[in-house]
Design a binder for this molecule. Structure first.
Ligand SMILES: [Zn+2]
Length: 97
């Protein structure tokens, strides 16, 4: 589904379905990204809290982890949203104009 590090194909190179079926389609991937970010960062935050790390180091480590992981979160949130959308409202290759 990706043609470069952060760039997406408009259509599937294998079966030809159109990924972005409407304007703002990937907006919902943002909510998936929030959930993924929370799931990924919560264990680190809990660990740092239990270790009683200072506020500065807590913020620095969480922000650092976020910066390192955001490309993965960005990509997988789009992939997960695309699959969720496909499950809720299936499309077939012949639907593509
Ligand atoms: Zn395909």
């Amino acid at each position: 589904m990706f043609r470069s590090f952060l760039g997406s194909h408009k259509d599937c190179p294998h079966c030809g379905i159109h990924f972005e079926r409407e304007t703002g389609f990937y907006l919902n991937a943002m909510f998936v990204a929030y959930a993924l970010g929370f799931i990924i960062l919560a264990p680190t935050a809990l660990y740092l809290y239990l270790r009683q790390v200072s506020g500065f180091w807590f913020s620095a480590i969480i922000i650092g982890e976020m910066l390192v992981l955001w490309p993965l979160i960005f990509r997988y949130s789009r992939v997960l949203w695309l699959h969720a959308d496909q499950l809720m409202d299936p499309r077939r290759p012949e639907d593509t104009p």
